[in-house]
Design a binder for this molecule. Sequence first.
Ligand code: C5P
Length: 287
Amino acid sequence: MPTATVPSFAKINLALKVLHHRPDGYHEIRTIFQTISLADRLTITAEPARRTKLTIDATIDIPDNIILKAADRLLDKLKRRAQVHFLLQKRIPMGGGLGGGSSNAAAVLLGLPPLLGISPPATVLHEIAASLGSDVPFFLMGGTALGLGRGEELYPFPETPVAHGVLVLPGVHVSTPEAYKALQRTTETPFPNSFPLSTWDAPHDWRTFSENDFEGPVFRLYPKVVDAHTALTNAGANPTRLSGSGSSVFGFFESKSAASAAAKRIPGAVLFSTLNRKRYRLAWGRA
Ligand code: C5P
């Protein structure tokens, strides 16, 4: 049976602003997504069949598996039937604000069609991705991108130089809906309804305007996240930020060696580098 092993990279949010609560129940956000080198590996084995059968083996137990959901929606939309088996080697921690599940879903949308000899239009993939989760469409693109709407409306940023960082995972699970609720946003649209204009003028300068609105409530509710933030800052990271709604915290360093030295001093820390669109596509091309 045709088989491919594809990468499923994690993301961080270089900046994240939450605006108003929308009538559809989601929040309007402004974010800068960035793919990083930390990745799961997904092996997909597939062939057309009379009846669809989807199975999965994973290195950890994943409830309500988004991989199977993505495959099901894709086959349904394309009116295809297939026998598909997934083997997931999980490295991206769950509930860390690193988009692990969303990235896995996008890996299915990108990796499964070629094995079945089909190439769905990008608009169809985007539509299925957005139906699976707000962060999923970003992983069809990778690199650095501005995310608007609920995060699914994407604008690629110019490529930025590779940066080296360290992730700290405090070992607590932050529920995304709860974190949004804790922000207590109303339905009133704030003004100005945007990032600072400098975002557009100098996107590579994101360090100067980087912020994450979730830091207030998440730091208040989870002291372990504050400890992780403090450990990174004390190790010389600049800036140090919560990713998504947490619980992971990342920090950037001047060089790979400085990041590596800091990672050695913080128990459980993970070294990473940013992955631009070109490298993201190359990794996919190779797979
Ligand atoms: O889209 P996704 O399934 O990732 O969202 C999970 C939950 O997070 C939503 O049900 C909603 O409560 C919250 N959310 C939100 N606004 C967003 C994204 C997510 O309120 N822009």
